[in-house]
Design a protein around this ligand. Structure first.
Ligand SMILES: [Zn+2]
Ligand SMILES: [Zn+2]
Length: 617
């Protein structure tokens, strides 16, 4: 009896929305054989698992289409991903966006033919021989590395792929898909292996959902910070300087300064102290902290006077020296050390992405060193802090608790206490959270803050990490009420995370139209004719003196052109100075949305901007 027959026996009449089934908890094809007495549960196409099967099956269809259109191409792997799928190909030239329509057409043909997906089990040797004959070296390598006795192959029409399954019953079940882009990707993510050509597609259970998803993608493309950032004069990157290294231009640096200044003030009023440690610390110290053992592959090292140094990938160590620099009493606790700490981490070149994944970045990092019984209160304060900061930028967010990873240091008991401290604080605040098993830092469990931007995309930013191990390794102590030495606990935490990444997210969140308090240029003065220049110049000086970030465009150009340029720069206020303004000695601010404020004096305008900034608008 097949899985499908078993479901029919159990009263299932329509398979329109059923794509596979879970047999004793394991997803299987509808056509697979079923042992008697198995627990069986249908998988619907619009469920998480159903969509994954749909998307992955669509990747098989794409691989077949590519093989038919591009003889000689080699196939590698094609998993489902969020919203869609990809497949990596090895071809004599990289695929281009222009190739996509033809591939999509071919895929539609394959879908129309409604070819069944058929599963076959073979010995690994037979399967390797089969793929060898087809010239599919990557498949041979995959089977060899799997090291299984048997493997399963899936065939639809002329195309056979190595795959665990399950798949849709047939290609006709694919209702809505679209190929969206191509990219390079190293075979197995290894830059020493061949560069493959990756084709990405999206697939959904119906056309309507796909359409709204594609619209969102279109909007995201317009907001892409890697394009908008340079257009707005914020930053640039240069092959000659190095991958993952950001050059901040005046407007970007102004934005960054405003954000950092805001953060420093927010920290100071919450009882943090500003500190700073060096970029280079002896490798011996990284050995003592456990970073060398657990984090070395992400670090850079250099030698000075025959002594090895590590460039800091985290800011923790100096902060512990500050705490340890004198004997502390329980009355001094907690200590909250804040540093806008620049760190360097070796990210693989394949994952570098605009401001989002870089090799040099600055964290809004702090270390809170406290008595273990203060942990709960500190964590709750931190959750409040996160909440306030996310509100300023209108971000919704979600919280995730990550527990002990495989590669970790510290005793079971400390992990237990630390994990409980985080979870209890979360429970007491009543905030919803999810648990991420095994995803903690190597020295302790953590709470991750994932924010949702204006397009509903999730970004990981802040993190709160609980740590008993580093205070132990660095022998931090404080004198308790009992006059004895005690070991403090430590929280590592960031609120916005990496400033670079956060600015990347902000650019996309606001589509480059920053609120007045963050806008690198708040107002621009545009003259209608040269007659208006003297008044425009005096206005410019007045606003500048009042601390307004103002620019003036006094060129003898058409007003329409100047307005368009200011609009492209997304400046919050345009001050157009014509004869009326010059004569009356005032201005009519035009807002970014095209609406004019009433005619006002320069003083009144300064008051308007001040009010915007105070309200963080
Ligand atoms: Zn498959
Ligand atoms: Zn730290």
């Amino acid at each position: 009896m097949t899985v499908k027959e078993a479901l029919e026996k159990r009263g299932v009449k329509s398979f329109d929305r059923i794509v596979a089934a879970k047999v004793d908890g394991i997803p299987r094809d509808l056509g697979s054989d079923l042992a008697e007495e198995a627990e069986i549960e249908p998988i619907y196409v619009d469920s998480g698992e159903g969509l994954e099967i749909l998307r992955h099956s669509t990747s098989h269809v794409m691989a077949m289409a590519v093989r038919e259109l591009f003889p000689g191409v080699k196939v590698t792997i094609g998993p489902a991903i969020e919203d869609g799928f990809y497949y990596d190909f090895d071809f004599e030239r990289p695929f281009r966006e222009e190739d996509l329509p033809a591939i999509e057409e071919k895929m539609k043909e394959i879908v129309r033919e409604n070819l069944p997906f058929e599963r076959k089990e073979l010995s690994s040797q037979e399967a390797m021989d089969y793929f060898q004959e087809q010239g599919e070296d990557y498949k041979v390598e995959l089977i060899r590395d799997l090291g299984e006795e048997n493997v399963s192959l899936y065939t639809h029409g002329s195309f056979t792929d190595l795959c665990r399954g399950p798949h849709l019953p047939s290609t006709g079940r694919i209702k809505a898909f679209h190929l969206i882009k191509v990219a390079g990707a190293y075979w197995r993510g290894d830059e020493k292996r061949p560069m493959l050509s990756r084709i990405y597609g999206v697939a959904f259970s119906d056309r309507k959902t796909m359409k709204s998803h594609l619209q969102k993608l279109e909007e995201a493309k317009k907001r892409n910070h890697a394009k908008l950032g340079p257009q707005l004069g914020l930053f640039s990157t240069h092959e000659e300087i190095g991958a993952g290294m950001i050059v901040w231009h005046p407007k970007g640096m102004m934005l960054r300064y405003l954000l950092e200044d805001f953060e420093i003030k927010e920290h100071l009023r919450r009882g943090y102290e500003l500190v700073r440690g060096p970029e280079l610390l002896k490798t011996e110290l990284w050995k003592k902290s456990g970073h060398f053992e657990n984090y070395r592959e992400n670090m850079y090292f250099t030698t000075i006077d025959e002594q090895s140094y590590g460039i800091k990938p985290m800011n923790c160590l100096s902060h512990m020296f500050i705490f340890g620099s004198k004997l502390r009493s329980y009355r001094d606790l907690p200590k909250r050390y804040f540093e806008l700490g620049t760190v360097h981490r070796h990210e693989r070149s394949g994952v570098l992405q605009g401001l989002l994944r870089v090799r040099e970045f600055t964290q809004d990092d702090a270390h809170l060193i406290c008595a273990p019984d203060q942990l709960n209160g500190e964590i709750k304060d931190l959750l409040d802090f996160v909440h306030d900061m996310m509100n300023v930028f209108n971000f919704d967010y979600e919280l995730e608790v990550s527990t002990r990873p495989e590669k970790s240091i510290g005793s079971d008991e400390d992990w237990e206490v630390a994990t409980r401290a985080l979870i209890e604080a979360m429970d007491e605040t009543g905030l919803p959270y999810e648990i991420n098993e095994g995803d903690g830092a190597f020295y302790g469990p953590k709470i991750d803050v994932k924010l949702n931007d204006a397009l509903g995309r999730k970004w990981q930013c802040g993190t709160i990490q609980c740590d008993f191990t580093l205070p132990e390794r660095f022998n931090l102590v404080y004198i308790g009420k009992d006059g004895q030495k005690h070991r403090p606990a430590m929280l590592h935490r960031t609120i916005l995370g990496a400033i670079e990444r956060f600015i990347g997210i902000l650019i996309e969140h606001y589509a480059g139209a920053f609120p007045v308090w963050l806008a690198p240029v708040q107002a621009t003065i545009l003259t209608v004719t040269d007659r208006n220049t003297p008044f425009a110049e005096s206005l410019f000086e007045e606003l500048k003196k009042a601390g307004i970030r103002v620019k003036a465009d006094l060129r003898n150009e058409k007003l329409g052109l100047k307005v368009r340029e200011a609009q492209l720069q997304k400046i919050p206020y345009m001050l157009i100075i014509g004869d009326k303004e010059s004569e009356k000695g005032g201005l009519t601010p035009r807002q970014r949305n095209g609406e004019n404020l009433p005619f006002m004096t320069a003083d009144e305008f300064i008051g308007t901007i001040d009010k915007d900034c105070r309200q963080r608008r």
